[in-house]
Design a protein around this ligand. Structure first.
Ligand code: HPA
Length: 259
């Protein structure tokens, strides 16, 4: 089963018939919403809107552990996560769809591990996204004729406020291309459970100070809505093309990771 996490403005996958709605409780609490189970060409998918539906959970309040554990409990081995982001580097203009390859995590105060008591685990996170799943996204983009940027460093901030112009300048000097509030700890939590994880980021606005215009949450939602049809086509193509067996680093994430 393939998991899909929808970000701001993505609350379903159009054209996918929901055959079951599963409410799951986990030892870490309640996920953001029920999981919508559907099928694309005979492959089951489980969709979860990260902010709930309707949108009511702020990025710093999302129960990332429950969301990822819920997928694990349903037998999900791969998660594709959709995020709205601000564009920092010049090529990241609003409307760009990008498959990030690196992360800098500036979040704080979020429950960010499953291994807190007794079990001491340090997963390797050199490559934060599953290379095989990233490849599946990139080839799906080529097949569906959707232009994707194939690399970006994602800066994850805590929010919920947007950034200052000086912060964005500093993030740019650090080599980041996009900024968002939800990429972490999703990615590392998935790795901790040996689940393959990759992101699709949609640039919804220029990051603070890059354009003269004031940033608004409405712009984020509107720009995301404009990309919805493209995203839906992309997601369907990805699910069709994902290899049946996993040949990546993620499935062995816990090998030699325990102290
Ligand atoms: N900053 C942080 N998160 C975001 C942005 C932004 O500019 N746009 C969409 N999510």
């Amino acid at each position: 089963m393939v998991g899909v996490i929808g970000g701001s403005g993505v609350y379903d996958i159009e054209g996918v018939v929901i055959k079951e709605v599963k409410k799951i409780s986990t030892p870490y609490g309640e996920p953001s919403d029920s999981y919508r189970i559907g099928e694309i060409d005979g492959r089951e998918i489980a969709f979860l809107p990260r902010h709930g539906s309707p949108h009511h959970i702020a990025p710093h309040r999302v129960n990332y552990r429950a969301n990822i554990m819920g997928f694990k409990e349903m037998g999900v081995e791969r998660i594709i996560s959709v995020n709205a982001v601000g564009g920092i580097s010049p090529e990241m203009v609003p409307g760009t769809v990008v498959v990030p390859d690196q992360i800098i995590d500036m979040t704080g105060g979020r429950e960010s591990t499953f291994y807190e008591v007794e079990d001491v685990v340090h997963i390797d996170f050199t490559e934060p996204y599953c290379p095989e799943l990233r490849e599946a996204i990139i080839s799906a983009g080529e097949k569906a004729g959707i232009t994707l940027r194939q690399k970006a460093t994602y800066m994850c901030v805590n929010g919920p406020r947007l950034e200052t112009a000086a912060e964005i300048k500093a993030f740019s000097l650090l080599g980041t291309d996009i900024v968002g509030m939800t990429g972490m700890p999703e990615a590392s939590l998935a790795r901790e459970l040996s689940i393959c994880f990759a992101g699709i980021a949609v640039v919804t606005n220029y990051a603070a100070g890059i354009s003269k215009e004031k940033l608004t949450a409405r712009d984020v939602i509107e720009k995301m809505a404009e990309s919805t049809r493209k995203l839906n086509r992309l997601l369907k193509e990805i699910v069709r093309g994902i290899p049946h067996n996993r040949n990546c680093i993620c499935k062995d994430a816990l090998k030699n990771a325990r102290m």
